[in-house]
Write a protein that binds this ligand. Structure first.
Ligand code: XMP
Length: 527
C-alpha cells in the first residue's frame, strides 16, 4: 500500500486516483500524522509515501512539517511541489521565496538517468535531453539540494524542478504529475508506485468494494442508515454499496414528485427493491407537489417549491424511522472539492454546490458519504461492479426538479404526462440510432438530451381534420463540463423519425421543433 500525506492541495485526491489507476491501493491521511502511525502503516505493508502539494509555504513556521518518521520508514518517498520543498528543507537543503510565480504549462528538462524519469519523456532536444510537458503551480522553490540529492529536472525559471536521492529512494518534483496537463504524469506516478516502491499493481474494483464495505461496517456498526434515493447515478451507487455492506440496516426513501421520466419510478423500484433486495420506501407525492405548483409559473419559484416539498416529504418519512442514526448521501469528490472542504479540511474554498448539504441538519443524523473520494467515471465503474444496470449508471444527468423545469411556465399533470411520452420516444430513438463513423449510439454521443414542453397551441392537419395542439422542443447538447455546450448535429433522419413518432403516437402534440441554441448565450435547460 501507498500512504499519501495531504498538505491541503486542491488535487490531492487526483494523486489517489492515479495510484488507483496504476492498480495500487492507497490511503490519504492528514500531513501531520505521528511517527507511531507511520510505524503502524509499515506493519500493514506500507511500500511508499507520497507528499502532496499545498497552498502554504514550506518555510513558514506555522506550516505543517513532514513527520520525521516518513524519512526513517525505510520506504521510497515522492514529494510533490510543497512536498518536495518540505523534503528539501527538512533534509538540509534550502527553499526560498520566489518573486517569479510559475503557474501553468512548462517544459521541464530531465537530468541524469534517474529511475523515476528514465525513458519517460514527451520529446527530446537537439542535444538529446529528455523533455517533459508539465503543469506547474508554485511561488517558492528549492534553491539548494539537500546532502545526498542530485538534480533530476529543471526549467529555465526553476533550476531545481526535480531532485533525487536514489540510494534512499527519495524523489521530489516541483511540477504536478497528478493532473492530466502533465502529459507523462500517469507514467511517472506508475513508475514510482510500481517499480520504485515495488507494489504489485493487481488492486482493482472488487478489492475497492471489499475495502469500502469494511469501512462502512466499521463506521456504522449495528446502527441504521437512511438514504434519499433519486434514481440518479450517485445516490444509486451509494445505495448499492451501503446495502452490500449492511443489508437491511439501510432504508432508502424514494420520493416521486410526479416529475420523473416515463416508467422511472417503476425502474428504480425494480432495480433496488426487486433485484437487489434493498429496503425502499416509495413515496408517491405527485398530488402534493402538483397542488403546491398550481398557478406558479416563475422558474425559480418552481425550483424553490420542489426543493422545499422534497425536504418536507423526506423529513416526514425520516421522522417515522426512529432508529436511524445515519443519513447517507451520494456526495462524490468533485462535489466535495467544489464546496471547499477537502477530506482533511485544508483545501481553499472555490464555490458552494447545491449537491452538498441539500438536506437540513435538523434530522440530527450523522453523515455517511462512501463515494466522497471517487470521481464520476470511477463511481460509474463501481456501480457496474455492484451489479447496477449499465443503462442506469451511464445515464445523462437529470436535474433535481425534473420535468418541473422542462414544462415552461405552470406545471400541470396533463403536461407532464404528454412530455414524458414524447421524451421517451426521443431517448429511445437516440439509443437505437448508431452513428456508422464511431459505432456509438447518438445517446452516447450526446451529453444530455431531453424534450421540453411548450404550453402553446399551434394549428395542424391530421387526416381530414384540423388539429390545435401543443408543441415540444427537442434538445440535445454536447459538452465536457456543462458550463458551455454546443447543440448536437443530430442526423436529419433521426430527427425525422422522432418527429413522426411523437406526432403520431402522442395525441395532444402536433408539432416538434429542434433547439439549435448553444450555451452561452442559451442555457441547457429552458428554465
Ligand atoms: P443549465 O440549464 O444551467 O444546466 O445550462 C447545466 C446543467 O445543470 C443541470 N441543472 C440542474 N440540476 N437542479 C439540478 O440538480 C437544477 O435546478 C438544475 N438546473 C439545471 C442541467 O440539467 C444541466 O445538466
Amino acid at each position: 500500500r501507498i500512504l499519501i500525506l495531504d498538505y491541503g492541495s486542491q488535487v490531492t485526491q487526483l494523486i489517489a486516483r492515479r495510484v488507483r489507476e496504476a492498480g495500487v491501493y492507497s490511503e490519504i491521511h492528514p500531513g501531520d500524522v505521528d511517527d507511531a502511525f507511520i510505524q503502524e502503516q509499515k506493519e500493514q505493508g506500507l511500500k511508499g509515501i507520497i507528499l502532496s502539494g499545498s497552498h502554504a509555504s514550506a518555510y513558514h513556521e506555522n506550516s505543517l512539517k513532514v513527520p520525521a518518521g516518513v524519512f526513517s520508514a525505510g520506504v521510497p518517498v515522492l514529494g510533490i511541489c510543497y512536498g518536495m520543498q518540505s523534503m528539501a528543507l527538512q533534509l538540509g537543503g534550502k527553499v526560498e521565496f520566489s518573486d517569479h510565480r510559475e503557474f501553468g504549462y512548462a517544459e521541464v528538462r530531465a537530468h541524469g538517468h534517474t529511475r523515476l524519469l528514465d525513458g519517460i519523456q514527451d520529446f527530446a532536444t537537439a542535444e538529446g535531453h529528455g523533455m517533459l510537458k508539465v503543469w506547474m503551480s508554485h511561488g517558492d522553490k528549492v534553491t539548494e539540494l539537500p546532502p545526498g540529492f542530485n538534480l533530476m529536472a529543471s526549467t529555465t525559471s526553476c533550476p531545481i524542478a526535480g531532485m533525487a536521492d536514489e540510494e534512499r529512494g527519495f524523489y521530489g518534483v516541483q511540477f504536478h504529475p497528478e493532473v492530466t496537463h502533465t502529459v507523462q504524469g500517469e507514467a511517472l506516478l506508475k513508475r514510482f508506485v510500481r517499480d520504485i516502491c515495488a507494489c504489485s499493481g493487481d488492486w482493482n474494483m472488487p478489492d475497492y468494494i471489499e475495502e469500502a464495505v469494511a469501512r462502512i461496517r466499521e463506521q456504522v456498526g449495528d446502527e441504521h442508515v437512511l438514504l434519499g434515493l433519486s434514481g440518479g447515478v450517485d445516490s444509486s451507487v451509494a445505495a448499492a454499496l451501503i446495502h452490500r455492506a449492511i443489508g437491511d440496516q439501510l432504508t432508502c426513501v424514494f420520493v416521486d414528485h410526479g416529475l420523473l421520466r416515463l416508467n422511472e419510478a417503476d425502474q428504480v423500484m425494480k432495480t433496488f427493491a426487486d433485484n437487489l433486495g434493498v429496503r425502499v420506501i416509495h413515496v408517491d407525492a405527485t398530488e402534493q407537489f402538483m397542488g403546491k405548483l398550481a398557478g406558479v409559473s416563475d422558474p425559480e419559484a418552481k425550483r424553490k417549491i420542489i426543493g422545499r416539498e422534497f425536504v418536507e416529504v423526506f423529513q416526514e418519512e425520516a421522522g417515522k424511522m426512529t432508529n436511524a442514526r445515519w443519513l447517507a448521501q451520494g456526495t462524490i469528490y468533485p462535489d466535495v472539492i467544489e464546496s471547499a472542504a477537502s477530506k482533511t479540511g485544508k483545501a481553499v474554498a472555490i464555490k458552494s454546490h447545491h449537491n452538498v448539504g441539500g438536506l437540513p441538519d435538523t434530522l440530527n443524523l450523522k453523515l455517511l458519504e462512501p463515494l466522497r473520494e471517487l470521481f464520476k467515471d470511477e463511481v460509474r465503474k463501481l456501480g457496474v461492479a455492484l451489479g447496477l444496470p449499465h443503462d442506469m449508471v451511464y445515464r445523462h444527468p437529470f436535474p433535481g426538479p425534473g420535468l418541473g423545469v422542462r414544462i415552461l411556465g405552470e406545471v400541470k399533470k396533463e403536461y407532464a404526462d404528454l412530455l414524458r411520452r414524447a421524451d421517451a420516444i426521443f431517448i429511445e430513438e437516440l439509443r437505437n440510432t448508431i452513428d456508422p463513423e464511431t459505432g456509438k449510439s447518438w445517446y452516447d454521443l450526446t451529453s444530455q438530451a431531453f424534450t421540453v414542453f411548450l404550453p402553446v397551441k399551434s394549428v395542424g392537419v391530421m387526416g381530414d381534420g384540423r388539429t390545435y395542439d401543443y408543441v415540444v422542443a427537442l434538445r440535445a447538447v454536447q459538452t465536457s463540463d456543462f458550463m458551455t455546450a454546443d447543440w448536437a448535429e443530430l442526423p436529419y433522419a433521426l430527427l425525422k423519425r422522432v418527429s413522426g413518432r411523437v406526432i403520431n403516437e402522442v395525441r395532444g402534440i402536433n408539432r416538434v421543433t429542434y433547439d439549435v441554441s448553444s450555451k452561452p448565450p442559451a442555457t441547457i435547460e429552458w428554465e
